[in-house]
Write a protein that binds this ligand. Structure first.
Ligand SMILES: C[S@@+](CC[C@H](N)C(=O)[O-])C[C@H]1O[C@@H](n2cnc3c(N)ncnc32)[C@H](O)[C@@H]1O
Length: 203
């Protein structure tokens, strides 16, 4: 059954998302996101498109399927989709319920997504299903912290942040492992909170 609650939450945020996200922190993270995007190759699944803020930093000429649960986010992304110099097809789709065949993609790339997907381990298992054996998962994510006082602060912030958008305290590295991926690299970009994660699906 479609997750209308999550869809409505992100639809509501869509018209304001660029104003909220495109300055400040987003500019600071851009070089690290770029480093992840630089390695995009083959048949790529990009989760989640959002308003397409990441698209100008994708390498050109790639074959990308982009999904997002929110039709309003995809609407906002249209100009950036049109400007992309390569193939990118966008679909309204819940990561928990993707109709793709098993082993469909060479790579999966995500950016600031697993703070938002409602059931992260299930969402990651769904990605695992559609990734080819040996295929790479490349992520830019903010996560919870293991350290005091950030850990309790982020638990507290999540009570409020999840009402309008993401959770601030997800253990995403552990979740990636729990979904069956092998981690090859975790790079802490800011404390142990903002990070790039690279993993693959074992054969
Ligand atoms: C924090 S935004 C990040 C958007 C974009 N990647 C960026 O960094 O600008 C999280 C995105 O995840 C999408 N999302 C949340 N749950 C989802 C799900 N179950 N399936 C697909 N997309 C989902 C939301 O609609 C939203 O666009």
């Amino acid at each position: 059954m479609a997750d209308l609650v999550t869809q409505a939450k992100w639809d509501r945020l869509a018209p304001r998302f660029d104003t909220m996200a495109s300055k400040g922190a987003e500019e600071r993270w851009r070089p690290f996101k770029r480093e992840v995007f630089r390695e995009m190759d083959g048949k790529i699944l990009f989760l989640a498109l959002g308003t397409g803020l990441d698209l100008p930093f994708f390498p050109t000429g790639k074959d990308i399927t982009a999904i997002d649960i929110s039709p309003k986010m995809i609407e906002q992304a249209q100009e950036r989709l049109d400007a992309y110099d390569g193939t990118i097809k966008a679909h309204v789709m819940d990561v928990h319920d993707m109709p793709f065949e098993p082993d469909s993609f060479d790579q999966i790339v995500t950016s600031c997504t697993f703070c938002s997907v409602p059931n992260p381990i299930e969402g990651l298992k769904a990605l695992h299903r559609v990734l080819k054996p040996g295929g790479r998962l490349m992520m830019f994510e903010h996560t919870g912290s293991r350290f005091y006082p950030f850990r309790p602060m982020m638990n507290l912030m999540t009570v409020l942040s999840r009402m309008i958008g993401p959770d601030m305290n997800r253990p995403t590295v552990q979740n990636v492992r729990a979904a069956g991926f092998r981690i090859t690299e975790v790079n802490n970009v800011f404390l142990d909170v903002v990070k790039t994660i690279k993993a693959y699906k074992p054969d």
